[in-house]
Design a protein around this ligand. Structure first.
Ligand code: PEP
Ligand code: MN
Length: 358
């Protein structure tokens, strides 16, 4: 059984940064009574702009060692340089994590992975700041290929321009879901603190992560969050974490409840037949596209016709509203359909061009 799947949810908690020995030990004492699985604290902090607190470095590693020895609690720190790895290993750190700003850089990730060859250690890889599943998967694979036995992913959300959703980092759920599909054995932990950026939204995001089948949660915890030297707005107290965990509903993928299982089976069959209809209809629609390609070719019309596309988008979105489908959802689907339709029509033209050249 993987370390990160020893219990569900697997809880990683602790301050954003190790600030003082007292702050670290007070937090750990409180968290030890809650029964978390892993104690976190950043000792080298990747700050967006210079001039803010950049961590206490080696000095703080000694505080974490004290936490480990006093509470028999495994500890984790972020590493971004090979020198960080050497120092963390020297202090008996149990798990290393790679931050979002490091995961984006394959050269650096490879250097870190190479430094871990032959080392018995566990690694958690945060998603890159950019919404790129391949880049995240690639970083994970670099550690796996270097022989790291236990690797987990951490979903901490993605940077975007502005914050339309009110989150600090956009969750973009399809990305962790796709990673899970590609790597079913990989444990994935959600970090609601860095996604929301706001302490009063952490609990709802943690619940959502559980409902999305995540294996665990990483939650930033501080004795006096407002005084924190980094990420003050999103940290919660150990007592708030205790309440959050007590209120968390942990649902399972499968149920022993036969009636629930049968109802689900029935609904899935209905859904399967709707999906067949959708595919059949899309096939028919694309056949029409090809015929339209022939007509446009014969009459010398452009394949893409902006006025028609505007009309399609407007009417489909309007009709979809009566089915309670969101404008964004329907527009995204029609963009794909229209794109494919154009591609098919262009293929008809290209075929015609080839024929004339012969
Ligand atoms: C952190 O966990 O405190 C941190 C710096 O995270 P991220 O890499 O997700 O920004
Ligand atoms: Mn933080």
């Amino acid at each position: 059984m993987s370390f990160f799947r020893s219990v569900r949810p697997f809880i990683v908690a602790g301050p954003c940064s190790a600030e003082t020995r007292e702050q670290v030990l007070v937090t750990a004492a409180a968290l030890a009574t809650i029964g978390i699985q892993l104690f976190r604290a950043g000792v080298w902090k990747p700050r967006t702009r210079p001039g803010s607190f950049e961590g206490s470095g080696i000095e703080a590693l000694a505080w974490l060692k004290e936490v480990k020895d006093t509470y028999q609690l495994p500890v984790t720190v972020e590493v971004a340089e090979t020198a960080h790895i050497e120092q963390a290993l020297a202090y008996g750190i149990d798990v290393l994590w790679v931050g979002a700003r490091t995961t984006v850089n394959p050269f650096q990730v490879q250097r870190l992975a190479d430094a871990l060859r032959g080392v018995d250690i566990k690694v958690m890889v945060k998603n890159p700041v950019s919404p790129d599943t391949d880049l995240w998967q690639g970083a994970i694979e670099r550690f796996e290929q270097a022989g790291v036995q236990e690797v987990a992913a951490i979903h901490r959300g993605f940077s975007g321009y502005g914050s339309a959703t009110g989150y600090r980092n956009q969750p973009n759920w399809p990305i962790p879901i796709e990673l899970k599909r590609r790597k079913p054995e990989l444990p994935i932990i959600c970090d609601p603190s860095h996604i929301t950026g706001k302490r009063d939204r952490v609990a709802e995001m943690a619940q959502k992560a559980m409902d999305m089948h995540f294996d665990g949660l990483m939650i930033e915890t501080h004795p006096t969050p407002d005084d924190a030297w980094s990420d003050a707005a999103q940290q919660i107290t150990p007592q708030q974490l205790k309440d959050l965990l007590a209120g968390l509903i942990v649902r399972e993928e499968y149920t022993q409840d036969m009636s629930g299982q049968m109802q689900l089976e029935y609904l899935r069959q209905l859904m399967d037949s709707i999906d067949t209809e959708i595919t059949d209809l899309l096939g028919k629609r694309m056949e029409l596209s090809e015929q339209m390609g022939e007509v446009k070719k014969a009459s010398n019309m452009t394949i893409y016709q902006p006025a028609r596309w505007r009309e399609i988008l407007e009417t489909r979105v309007e009709h979809a509203a009566s089915r309670h489908l969101s404008k964004e959802f329907v527009a995204a689907i029609y963009e794909q359909i229209h794109h494919e339709s154009i591609r098919k029509q262009l293929a008809v033209l290209e075929e015609a061009t080839k024929q004339t050249k012969k």
